[in-house]
Design a protein around this ligand. Structure first.
Ligand code: 13P
Ligand code: ZN
Length: 279
């Protein structure tokens, strides 16, 4: 398949399109993204977009109900609303798109993809507001990834939703967890998805966390690269899977707080305060 690019490059030869197609297919294969479940947004450098797309040619403008002046002029590749992760790889142009936030921050301009009048994910408010907060604490931040990772979602039915208790349990499930997310995970109350309200609550948590769990729904993970954001979610999900496997069994031994403290020291990470008890 070819796209309208300066050099008529095939869509799948555009590096950031390829990255989106590969990861969405992989996530669907994991069973996390049933139907149209999940969405991804990825900040792109203007110079990278310019290599493949005509940034002067705005195909469509879509108004936003939540102005994002902080992101004015920035470029993103995003998944489309109602689009299936499994289909991105065979038809990227219909299922994902490259957009630019207008100079006013009140709309987005479609530059490529989202064909047949498709629109960006319904969770764009949560994505954009999360990007704004993560960029404030990490200038290299690029990715926001939302998925319905099965065991994380299951765990929100049977575990206390206090984020400190939730983090502590996840850290206890696999030795490497505290090294991968020493900042812990955050949890918001159940809310109607797709709204600016859930976007604001998610973004508040993003000031201090890279992971936000939506009870009975899924997870938001962020990172500087696709691998980093995915790896973070994958590690939380693995810990949640172990939890779901052992939850109804007699626990004969566990990783102690002291061992978690030793782990953090050995790997040079600082666990978020108030979770571990030093003996
Ligand atoms: P979209 O298809 O609009 O991205 O919605 C999927 C989803 O997971 C909503 O939370
Ligand atoms: Zn969702």
């Amino acid at each position: 398949m070819t796209i309208n690019t300066k050099n008529n490059v095939a869509a799948m030869d555009v590096p950031f399109v390829r990255e989106m197609a590969d990861i969405t297919y992989h996530m669907w294969n994991l069973g996390w993204d049933e139907r149209n479940g999940g969405n991804i947004s990825y900040i792109l450098d203007e110079s990278e977009v310019c290599k493949y797309m005509d940034t002067q040619n705005v195909i469509r403008t879509i108004p936003l109900s939540f102005p994002v002046n902080e992101l004015a002029g920035m470029y993103f590749i995003v998944t489309g609303s109602g689009k299936y992760f499994k289909n991105v790889i065979s038809d990227p142009e219909s299922n994902i798109g490259v957009i630019r936030v207008s100079t006013s921050g009140e709309s987005v301009e479609v530059l490529w993809g989202l064909s047949n009048n498709a629109v960006p994910t319904s969770e764009l408010a949560s994505h954009f507001m999360s990007h704004i907060e993560r960029l404030k604490v990490d200038k290299d931040h690029r990715i926001v990834m939302h998925t319905h990772s099965t065991n994380t979602l299951a765990m929100t039915f049977i575990h206390d939703l206090d984020e400190r208790l939730f983090t502590r349990t996840l850290w206890e499930m696999c030795t490497e967890c505290i090294v991968v997310f020493p900042d812990g995970v955050s949890v918001i109350p159940w809310m109607v998805p797709g709204s600016s309200e859930i976007g604001r609550e998610t973004a508040k948590k993003m000031k201090s966390h890279r992971v936000v769990i939506w009870p009975q729904h899924g997870i938001f993970g962020t990172g500087t690269t696709m691998d980093e954001a995915f790896g973070l979610i994958e590690t939380v999900e693995k810990a949640a899977q172990i939890y779901m496997l052992v939850a109804h069994h007699e626990i004969k031994q566990r990783i102690t707080d002291q061992q978690l403290i030793e782990l953090a020291k050995a790997f040079g990470v600082t666990p978020v305060a108030g979770i571990l008890r030093e003996k």
